[in-house]
Design a protein around this ligand. Structure first.
Ligand SMILES: C[S@@+](CC[C@H](N)C(=O)[O-])C[C@H]1O[C@@H](n2cnc3c(N)ncnc32)[C@H](O)[C@@H]1O
Length: 280
């Protein structure tokens, strides 16, 4: 065992952890809604923006495009593999730093805009992360915390019962794997309170719906099959479901089975992405 490895975050993040494949698929899938969310923040050329927990860097690159040519975009992430993936897609004027955002080697009060999506809920003490990020904002600068719903709001539109059973199985799996409780799993609901308590001004929230139905784009199919059906669900849920429900789920998730969900004309998928924005 390597004792030099830092303790992991609430959801297991370390410098050595790599889920870059999953992040890339999510960003390709949700690109239209993520770009809509960036536009909502009205970034301007010349701004200095930070993507805190930038993952594989696609959003950082889209943010960067809005502040160029005079502006600067910096991405910071704990994971070496994620930073390497982000460097590979970074355009000119975009800098990447591999570091813990709780100890960011960045000048205080130096950013006009901070974006941090699906990151704060990975920290053991989210309020400490929010305070660290706010200290990097210049007075009058804005911070936007983005959070997608942990569980999609609808994936099997024709079978609410199976969705309920499946949601409970996923929650139970997360509770066992990360030893987190129900409150910690519903972090998407905490961001308004977090920013309110940190004393920011002009708080606002905006939820954008990621909605898909057949015919699906290739990006949609790749995300739904690889990230949700195979990675998030799959055999890991078997112990948490009855064998009949698990068999039904397996048929719906199997691209080679006649019941494959993504081939159904009534397939209809909903997942929210919520931005909470405040000014220093
Ligand atoms: C769910 S991913 C989201 C990535 C990216 N924001 C996106 O939306 O695609 C969470 C990211 O936060 C990073 N992360 C977790 N804890 C961190 C910390 N303390 N400092 C910096 N990055 C961290 C992880 O390495 C991972 O890349």
């Amino acid at each position: 065992m390597n004792n030099s490895v830092a303790p992991s975050g609430l959801l297991g993040d370390t410098a050595a952890r790599d889920y870059s494949g999953k992040l890339k698929l999510f960003n390709a899938f949700a690109k239209p809604e993520l770009c809509q969310s960036i536009a909502y923040l009205e970034p301007k050329p010349g701004m200095r923006v930070l993507d805190a927990g930038c993952g594989t860097g696609e959003v950082l690159d889209w943010l960067s495009a809005t502040v160029q040519p005079e502006g600067m975009a910096i991405g910071i992430d704990l994971a070496a593999a994620h930073v390497a993936a982000a460097r590979a897609v970074a355009s000119r004027g975009t800098l990447l730093v591999q570091a813990d955002l709780l100890m960011a080697p960045l000048a205080h009060a130096s950013f006009d805009l901070i974006w941090s999506a699906n990151v704060i809920n990975h920290l053991r003490v989210p309020s400490v992360g929010v305070e660290a990020l706010i200290s990097l904002l210049r007075p009058g600068g804005s911070i936007a915390l983005g959070q997608s719903s942990l569980l999609p709001d609808m994936y099997f539109a024709w079978d609410a019962r199976l969705e309920r059973v499946l949601n409970e199985a996923i929650r139970q799996y997360y509770r066992d794997r990360y030893q987190v409780n129900e409150r910690e799993l519903t972090a998407a609901r905490a961001n308004v309170g977090l920013l309110r308590r940190s004393g920011l001004r002009n708080l606002r929230a905006r939820t954008i719906m990621i909605e898909r139905m057949t015919p699906l784009r290739d990006e949609d199919k790749s995300y739904l099959v690889d990230v949700i059906f195979r990675h998030a669900w799959g055999p890991r849920l078997q112990p948490y479901m009855s064998s009949d429900d698990y068999d039904e789920l397996s048929r719906l998730c199997d691209p080679l089975h006649p019941d494959f969900a993504l081939n159904r004309p009534d397939f209809h998928f909903l997942q929210t992405f919520t931005l909470v924005v405040g000014e220093r």
